[in-house]
Design a binder for this molecule. Sequence first.
Ligand code: FES
Ligand code: FES
Length: 159
Amino acid sequence: MMKKKIPVELHVNGEPYELYVPPNRTLLEVLREDLELTGTKEGCGEGVCGSCTVLWEGLPIRSCLTLVTEVQDAEILTIEGLAAEDGSLDKLQQSFIDHGAVQCGFCTPGMLMSARAFLNKHQNPTEQDIREAISGNICRCTGYAKIVEAIKEVAEEQG
Ligand code: FES
Ligand code: FES
């Protein structure tokens, strides 16, 4: 039997969307499958790896554990919305490139979203603060050192 669909209004990266979705559809499914915003990655699908992290009103959330009905009318930011409108990269994106903090890249969108949320709210963080801020984002490639360096440089620039 087909599940009943319900109307949902979303704001993603500044764009409004109106959708009809089953009530148990996750934000991750909506982003990737309905809106075709595939920059947000699905790793574990159960809240452990952080690769699906997006910002909800500026706070990092795991979109695989979030029902889309929970974030109606809130402002959602995904990796596709991180660069400026003219296409220039967010400083964190550039710093990740400059420091070689990307290997396979699977963790990178979620990592960047967690780091961006953190730097928006914290000035002059210590390396330990940065490590804690990204502790919910698992990277299997880099060993984290270059990621932490990349975030630290942007933190220092912003003072
Ligand atoms: S896919 Fe959401 S936490 Fe792993
Ligand atoms: S760069 Fe491959 S998982 Fe982080």
